[in-house]
Design a protein. Structure first.
Length: 169
């Protein structure tokens, strides 16, 4: 896994997913849990479309009067390859953005998420939470897969998934 960056999110339990053991959703996708802001328009993100440090998130919030109260800070790592529907290819950050992620000193692995990246301009859909596949697939209390092997085994060949490992800070 490669350091991909940080993101502040408003974490909540998904309504209508029907999985009783879920406490919340830790997906990098913004479909179930809102990101702290529509942050892309500030152009402070890195080539993984995340942030290199928590301080950059705080400065974007401060400079644009965005409240971080009620958000959780996540650090993500990403698998070095992506599946394009037929083959595995090397995955790397968008080269037009500087990417200098500073990993946290302490982190707790919360699980694994598979996320589409079709448009190549931000993490998109997590089929586990966005498409309610967690009703059919074993997930933990954060709607994440338990192991990387589970994620790799379950990848849908009709998508361009990226496997993210969210850590809560």
């Amino acid at each position: 896994m490669v350091p991909a960056g940080y993101l502040a999110k408003r974490v909540q339990k998904p309504n209508g997913l029907g999985i009783h053991h879920l406490v919340d959703v830790y997906s990098v996708s913004g479909h179930v849990n809102d990101n702290f802001a529509d942050y892309i328009k500030y152009w402070k993100h890195n080539g993984y479309w995340l942030f290199d440090t928590p301080e950059i998130i705080r400065s974007v919030a401060r400079d644009n009067s965005i409240q971080l109260v009620g958000t959780s800070l996540f650090y993500y790592e990403v698998y070095e390859k992506e599946f394009d529907g037929q083959t595995w290819k090397h995955y790397q950050p968008e080269s037009s953005f500087d990417t200098n992620v500073i990993p946290p000193e302490d982190k707790t692995l919360e699980g694994f998420d598979v996320v589409t990246f079709y448009a190549k301009n931000s993490p998109e859909c997590s089929p586990l939470s966005c498409n309610a596949m967690a009703n059919e697939i074993r997930v933990n209390e954060h709607c994440l897969l338990l192991s990387f092997d589970d994620a790799e085994h379950l990848i849908n060949p009709n998508r361009d998934p990226i496997v993210y490992s969210p850590f809560i800070l």
